[in-house]
Design a protein around this ligand. Structure first.
Ligand SMILES: Nc1ncnc2c1ncn2[C@@H]1O[C@H](COP(=O)(O)OP(=O)(O)O)[C@@H](O)[C@H]1O
Ligand SMILES: [Mg+2]
Length: 410
């Protein structure tokens, strides 16, 4: 938990970089495709990341004095007996081929390291193609726009399930494809503001001012640099006090709803990133929204506690916001190597039916790296599986919004 709410405490090593202008820095320009297409990677290096990765990650190859490092010249293949005639390898030879013996060509064991890398990210050509699709530099590809503003509350009282990551990436994906999008950061930690590279240090006008002092949203919303059509209402640490201060404020549950309704921005989407609690801030988000999007992490305990959230949603619907419905469930941090993730997915699909998006977000290191550069994964590594999955999720949400009535009495 970030107690100070300052981005520097969350990402100490990167904080100063994030505030620098994008030219020449890690923030890549969105308008230029080649600059955004991930750089060629070393196919032999499972740990290879984008050129702007902060520090090289440790080699996955086991340290062994007898084994050459991956970057040293390799011994000629002909000096390795079993490589020269692989079909002649007998069962008794196989222990030698474990990649750690003196006589074994380094490529033998390097190739054993690569499947993990290939599982994580698609081949380069595919990556480049997807990058262009996701960044949409020509602006030609659009996602359907809803008839009226869809206000979506991204909620789950558990922390670390992907609320902020989902908010940021869906917002960027929709904005890159012709939708006008507003992100309201309603978490005092300000992670969504960090992820969108929007200043949110103490003193910056923020959502607290809107909730407590009735400052209009348009006075605090900031355009997100590099992403046309995307705005963010930041959260500073001041918001931490709002939960208590709201108690004595008139119409305390509907302050945000009023602020959003009064915003003349004509947005297609408003995403509200909730804090990990069911307090007054989350209630404000539920009262302001027509839809709830619940990210569910594909881990044990995933469904535990959800009843409490659903009960609160029902209470808000009964008493404060009859239009509210849980419209979307998104499975996040799916690790396909575990059976547990499969089991959780089945559970969630059985429980919530077609509210669950077909798109599932895998656990992907690019997704977790992106915020430390003040970016979404969509711009940080648009060819990665994380970006592709969020793009697919955004597309599904956009299409559902057109097929089904967006707000209805449930
Ligand atoms: N698909 C993913 N793959 C890998 N890491 C992820 C993924 N989604 C989120 N994370 C990481 O998990 C942590 C918690 O995610 P976050 O979106 O902040 O959750 P919440 O807002 O629910 O607390 C963050 O460090 C984030 O970078
Ligand atoms: Mg969060």
């Amino acid at each position: 938990m970030n107690e100070s709410g300052e981005p520097s405490s969350s990402y100490p090593a990167q904080s100063s970089k994030r505030r620098e202008p994008p030219a020449g820095g890690p923030v890549r320009p969105v308008s230029s495709v080649p600059a955004n297409v991930p750089p060629a990677r070393d196919p032999l290096d499972p740990a290879d990341g984008p050129v702007n990765a902060p520090t090289p990650r440790p080699s996955a190859v086991r340290a062994n004095a007898a084994v050459p490092t991956r970057y040293e010249p390799q011994p000629p293949v002909s000096t390795v007996p079993f490589q020269a005639a692989p079909e002649a390898v007998s069962a008794s030879d196989t222990p030698q081929a474990d990649g750690y013996g003196d006589e074994v060509d380094a490529s033998t064991y390097v190739s054993r390291e690569t499947p993990t890398r290939e599982e994580d990210d698609p081949p380069l050509a595919m990556e480049a193609m997807r990058a262009v699709q996701i960044l949409n530099p020509s602006g030609e590809v659009t996602m359907p726009r809803p008839d009226r503003t869809r206000v979506m509350c991204v909620a789950n009282q558990k922390g670390g399930v992907g609320k902020t990551t989902t908010t940021v990436n869906l917002a960027v994906a929709l904005a890159l494809h012709g939708n006008r999008v507003l992100v309201v950061d309603l978490d005092p930690q300000g992670n969504a503001s960090t992820g969108l590279n929007v200043p949110h240090h103490t003193g910056v006008p923020d959502v607290y001012d809107c909730l407590i002092d009735s400052v209009p949203l348009e006075e605090v919303a900031q355009a997100v640099e590099g992403i046309p059509n995307l705005w963010c209402v930041p959260a500073t640490i001041d918001l931490a006090g709002a939960e208590i201060e709201l108690v004595s404020v008139v119409a305390r549950e509907s302050r945000l709803a009023r602020a959003i309704a009064a915003y003349p921005g004509h947005f297609d989407y408003v995403f509200i990133d909730c804090p990990p609690s069911l307090g007054l801030l989350t209630v404000n988000a539920l009262v302001a929204a027509q839809e709830v999007l619940i990210p569910i992490q594909c881990e044990y305990y995933a469904l535990e506690g959800l009843n409490q959230l659903i009960n609160n949603i029902n209470l808000v619907r009964q008493h404060l916001n009859p239009k509210l419905e849980v419209s979307t469930i998104l499975l996040t941090m799916y690790d396909r190597r575990t059976r547990l993730a499969d089991a959780v997915e089945q559970d969630v699909r059985n429980h919530f039916g077609d509210k669950v998006l077909q798109a599932v977000i895998p656990r992907n290191v690019r997704v977790s790296e992106a915020p430390s550069y003040g970016q979404s994964v969509m711009t940080y590594d648009p060819g990665s599986r994380g970006a592709t999955s969020y793009f697919e999720a955004a597309q599904e949400i956009a299409e559902r919004g057109v097929k089904e009535p967006v707000s209805r009495n449930a």
